[in-house]
Design a protein around this ligand. Sequence first.
Ligand code: ATP
Length: 306
Amino acid sequence: MSCTVRLTDVTKAYGRIKAVCGVSFELKQGELVALIGHNGAGKTTLMKLMLGLIRPTSGAVEVLGDNPALGQFAGRRQLGYLPENVSFDSVLTGRETQVFYARLKREPVAEALKLLDTVGLGDAARRRVGTYSKGMRQRLGLAQALIGHPRVLLLDEPTTGLDPELRQTFYEVIQHLSAGGATVLLSSHALTELEERAGRVIIMNRGVKVADGSIDHLRRLAQLPTRIRLKVSDSAPAGPLSWLPDDAVCRRLNGHIVEIDAAPEQKLELLHRATAAGTPVDDLDVVPPTLDELYTHFLRQAEQAG
Ligand code: ATP
């Protein structure tokens, strides 16, 4: 897979504030990457650097083989961007807005208008944007970002304001794009929804990249305990679970579900212990560390190191 974005030791300072500090990574064609971090961690700044809207204080940014800060039209038209606070001229209709951006990008208008259907705005296309809900404006922003089949798509908190059904549609659209070879980088605070969807996660803390990799890779690095969740049968007697190893870290989630910190390979042993002790088990789940837990782990580690 070829590299579409390359950042090499990039720092962006505003006076004494280092919005981004010594960040390096490469994004590849077809990757769907989540960029996560607290407010002020540097996510928007990274996107602006990739778009060439700002220049790095030091280090190099390369997008599709060019320096984006040079503002070459050929390169820019291959980028799609959905800003965090998307805003449009409220007197234009959705359709007029889309035509306006298609002309700016010198892309076929008919193709751009089809994108309104893709994001579910076909029926509202002739309404003024001023009458749109927040979620509808967000979808118009996505339709605008998709004009011209961008090879690199930068989406700053794209699912904010979308209801669950629209979020689902949104992820279907971007998964389709990344399967077609586009690089998609999206920043978000909605960690749970990214867990199943992002192929890779970059975690930022105070301008510094503190973790980068697939969720499985981050799990291997973090070595947080896996949890084994046992649902003991309703007929099992209440009270202490004598079959648990003495050193087991466990908690009861409710009367019949007990969660134990353990390695995945211990699940059969636990099942065996429970049944040997006469405690019937109805169900058993292995629950690996969530993205939320990994995020907390890497931020804590970075804070302790710094
Ligand atoms: P959020 O999740 O709130 O959108 P973020 O991770 O996108 O945050 P950035 O907007 O990149 O964070 O900001 C990173 C840091 O740089 C913050 O401390 C911010 O105040 C600072 N910063 C960003 N732009 C400027 C600017 N133009 N002038 C001065 N400081 C800035």
